[in-house]
Design a binder for this molecule. Structure first.
Ligand code: SF4
Length: 302
């Protein structure tokens, strides 16, 4: 393995992408799949918090736009609306939750997703009086502490210690939840967000590799590269400013996601040729060579 992190390049790409995303868009888009709320939901309300929190908990290995659309349909249907109410989740038999999560394909893995969904909802019901903000406050709104508590807090179930926040506790979903609480729900009290790593998924990885911010020769597991990517964005944004504050790694999450989802997915995996090159916002940084991500394995020759 020989991988380098190019922070100078990262700085320029961060600035370019952030400016594009907040003005004309990246590949013409500025919308994120989680931006549209269900019909009756008021932005910033407790309903909104549960819509975001429970949906992001099962945001793993699947297409985000279809996940969020399924979740909106589930919320908008009076028969399945209860799935977003933590007390009703607690009162409802597991089997019914599993069935109702399939009505609009909210769950992809029926047993597993229903278990994640119910456990997260019931934790907030039983431990935090049905309001995730009580948990955040108990962590002093301190973002790194929130991530640690998500990872560590447990309860006893049938004699075994079980996580309070399955999947929400993960290295991608935990940071993603905090970013959505800030950007979508509008929670302003979260502190030390600059110490939260970028939530790396396949899109963040692809965009970071395609722009050569992390580059070199590598063949191996995707999560080995994730460490380099988190480090790259922590370091690259240092010293950059936006809207009267310092830029943080979380600020480039949405721009990078857009670059990959609507751009770098068109790139030839072996040569690096991209049909969108001429209209790409960061074309001057696009790197030639192999960026192949398949079945959680990365092949990098850049
Ligand atoms: S030219 Fe294509 S592959 Fe290169 S950064 Fe832009 S969208 Fe990604």
């Amino acid at each position: 393995m020989s991988i380098v992190i190019d922070n100078e390049r990262g700085k320029k790409v961060a600035e370019l992408l952030y400016n594009s995303f907040t003005t004309k868009g990246i590949h013409g888009r500025t919308d994120m799949p989680e931006d549209i709320t269900p019909n009756s939901v008021i932005r910033g309300s407790l309903d909104h918090i549960f819509f975001i929190t429970l949906t992001v908990s099962i945001d793993y290995q699947r297409d985000a736009p279809s996940l969020w659309e399924s979740s909106r349909k589930t919320f908008d249907d009076p028969e399945t609306r209860y799935l977003f109410d933590p007390k009703l989740l607690y009162d409802t038999p597991f089997r019914k939750i599993g069935e109702d999560m399939q009505k609009y394909k909210l769950s992809k893995k029926p047993q597993k997703d229903a278990n994640i969904w119910r456990t997260v909802g019931v934790t907030f019901y039983k431990k935090w009086s049905g309001d995730p903000r009580n948990f955040l406050q108990d962590c002093n709104w301190n973002s790194p502490l929130i991530l640690r508590r998500l990872r560590d807090d447990k309860h006893i179930y049938r004699g075994r210690q079980v996580s309070d926040y399955p999947y929400l506790r993960g290295p991608k979903i935990g940071p993603l939840w905090l970013r959505m609480l800030r950007d979508n729900v509008g929670i302003t009290q979260l502190e030390n967000l600059e110490n939260v790593p970028i939530p790396v998924d396949i899109h963040i990885a692809r965009a970071t590799l395609a722009t050569g911010i992390v580059r070199g020769q590598f063949r191996g597991r995707l999560d080995e590269v994730f460490e380099f990517i988190r480090k790259a964005w922590f370091e690259s944004v240092k010293g950059l400013g936006i809207k009267n504050r310092e830029m943080m790694a979380l600020d480039v999450d949405e721009p990078l996601w857009h670059l990959s989802k609507y751009g770098c997915t068109n790139r030839d995996k072996t040569t690096g040729y991209c049909s969108l090159f001429n209209r790409c916002e960061v074309r001057e940084f696009c790197i030639k060579g192999k960026v192949k991500i398949e079945n959680s394995v990365v092949e990098l020759e850049t």
